[in-house]
Design a protein. Structure first.
Length: 184
């Protein structure tokens, strides 16, 4: 079983990112489960969402305390919260980060560190006046780094959830982030 923890802020789509991945994994012939962890947080407060992927039905219903992968949707959270807490040694970190990787202090040994400026990707996909929602960009980065899911399956899940310009903008964000993700 692969466990993934998404960190974002309320309203950034951490829950939606995990739910899109569940549907995309269904198209891959895998089992998946997604659920959020938040209470009465206001928009912008730190939230977490969890995703489990397996070849057999997923029966565990609790937080991912020792995830294989951590995905951080907001660059401010990279230095604000302990997103790496419990991350398995040799795990993977996928961060919305435009700065140099030298600026990061990650106290756990990683097998891969992937960085993408998902905020910029979101602005390119949806325009300057749109609030940067980075969730689908980070799903694109996750697809690139892990090869867990094909882009066409992510796109199918997005088209099922959204329509019109919103779907097309999200598909653009996935592709841009997939292409721009830097793997260390």
């Amino acid at each position: 079983m692969i466990e993934i923890r998404f960190h974002g802020r309320g309203g950034q789509g951490a829950v939606t990112a995990a739910e899109i991945m569940v549907e995309a994994m269904m198209y891959e012939g895998k089992y998946a489960q997604a659920f959020p962890m938040f209470a009465g947080e206001r928009r912008g407060a730190p939230v977490a969402s969890f995703l489990r992927i397996d070849d057999k039905p997923v029966r565990i219903h609790q937080q991912c305390y020792a995830p294989d992968i951590c995905v951080v949707l907001d660059p401010g959270l990279v230095t604000l919260i302990p997103w790496h807490s419990g991350l398995k040694p040799g795990g993977i970190a996928i961060l919305n980060w435009k700065e140099s990787p030298d600026a990061l202090k990650i106290p756990v040994k990683l097998s891969k560190l992937a960085l993408v400026d998902a905020t910029d990707v979101s602005i390119k996909a949806f325009g300057q006046t749109a609030m940067p929602i980075t969730n689908t960009a980070m799903v694109g980065a996750l697809a690139r780094v892990t090869s867990l899911v094909k882009l066409e399956n992510v796109n199918t899940a997005i088209k099922h959830r959204f329509s019109g310009r919103i779907a097309e903008g999200n598909i653009t964000a996935v592709k841009l982030a997939y292409d721009q993700t830097r793997i260390m």
